[in-house]
Design a protein around this ligand. Sequence first.
Ligand code: ARG
Length: 583
Amino acid sequence: MSSFIETEQAYIKDIIKQCGYDIDEVVLNVSSRPELGDYQFNGAMALAKKYGKNPQIIANEIVEKIKVTNRYENINIAGAGFINITFSKSSLIKHVNDLNNNINLNYENNEPKTIFMDYGGANVAKALHVGHLRSANIGEALKRLAQSLGHKVVADAHLGDWGRPIGLVMLEIQKRYPSLPYFNPNFEGEYPNDAPVTNKDLMEIYPIASAKAKEDELYMEQARIMTAKLQDKDKGLMALWNHIMSVSKTDIKRVYDRLNTTFEVWEGESDNYQYVAEMTSYLESKHIIEDSEGARIINVKEPEDDHEIPPLLLFKSNGSVSYETTDLAGIWERLKIWHPDEIWYLADARQSLHFEQVFRAAKKTQIVKDNTELKFIPFGTMNGQDGKPFKTRDGSVMTLEALLDLAQTECEKKILPSITNPERTKVANILAVAAVKYADLIPYRLTDYNFDPVKFSDLQGKTGPYLLYSTIRMRSLLKKAQEAKISFKEYTTINNKTDRDIIIYLLNLRSVLLKSFNAKSLNDITEYLYKITNLYNNLYANNHILTEENKSLQESWLILTKVIYDNNLKLLNILGIEVPERM
Ligand code: ARG
């Protein structure tokens, strides 16, 4: 079954054909003047242009044909030829019942695709930081949206586990514990089973190593050598690398779990690296690699470029690979294994040049054929309250966990006093994740915003906790009705404008979902959730549903409550937000 509005659009398209006009697509929009109708069709203007006629005449012809069918409660023409439609009570009532029977009505899709997504990007041996937060939030929500619209999605955590940072960490471990067997080329025995470092050690080691490398050119050179040796699969370094991987991955998984961020595959740059040799022979056969001062590169600039696009650095002069190389090999691997129609990458907008280089190389070398789409989905930054990049008090980068903790402290204050530990902490965490995610998804994806835990956790206004509070209240109303043995099976009565406004807004869901999917931004969905919840809360505040004496009205309100509740659950789930039992 197609969505309500799409059915109406198809109907009007048919009428227009009957009037003798050809039209590709009929789009009905929410009316900008609700006093004239629920929805509006503005296509008479374009038809008038195409057929050299007066738009009012065309609008008239269409309206006359529809009028005789009695399909709408009202249909009229305003201004230059805007057709306004008011839906009949009976069709709105039917729609509520249809939704009650199938809340997935607005999610159908005739062209499901296979989409490979890359929105993890956490770096091994380094703490997840705020930069990884938006990627996880937007990426996870886009995955869930795509899945709910019937697409097949495979998401990869794509750990940063093969580049300079890991070389730096290994170097610093060597400086601290030079006698560890991993660094001894003559070591013949079995390497220890236990990791020489804990995750806490790693969190401390990386910032120190990175600071040293910035100041000390010799240290930096040693890190380069260490990285090259690792990429050369030195036996001892591989053993140490495996330890670091397992310690660090456990912690990274824990943080992604806390954030309701899920991946189907847990690969990393090192897995892509396995395909570098195979890919390089292919590139050699195409004679596409050039030598440049000892390095091997692929030129990706085009004559029509209006900005400088540097060549892709495939192999550095010491033989090690770059961030671009593993990403290119990643495309090679993903096409080979998953055959995706599209590959989506989420990363900070500052990585756009990197992806431009990689995508160009993938196309130029025909690693990617025309039938696969590569999409970079950049996002803006989250800043501190002062609008500047987020820092802790001592000036270092704020970890993602520290940031969630700040939100959790605020959310904890909002929970009922009767909820005690351990439930209290659990609920506070759910609220914190909801607060942070919802606030993150409100602005259009490319827009920067400021982190404000007090505002984000407010129980009033456009916040995650407000939506959770309202949704839990709907659930508890439904539960109370059930406990009081009030049966609700059918929607029959639209009481007044408050009720009608809710239904009219429900009609808009399909277009919101598609708009969000096409823009790869969740802002339309966050807005929709807020608005529909507000509309429902008006109904809730103005009526006493459980004690209502008019039984068919009571039943109708309960059905509407259930539809809005189910719909909220579905949309919150798309945003990656969990609903607690109580709060
Ligand atoms: N690890 C990278 C970072 O922390 C992000 C990875 C994004 N994905 C990719 N395929 N390059 O900046």
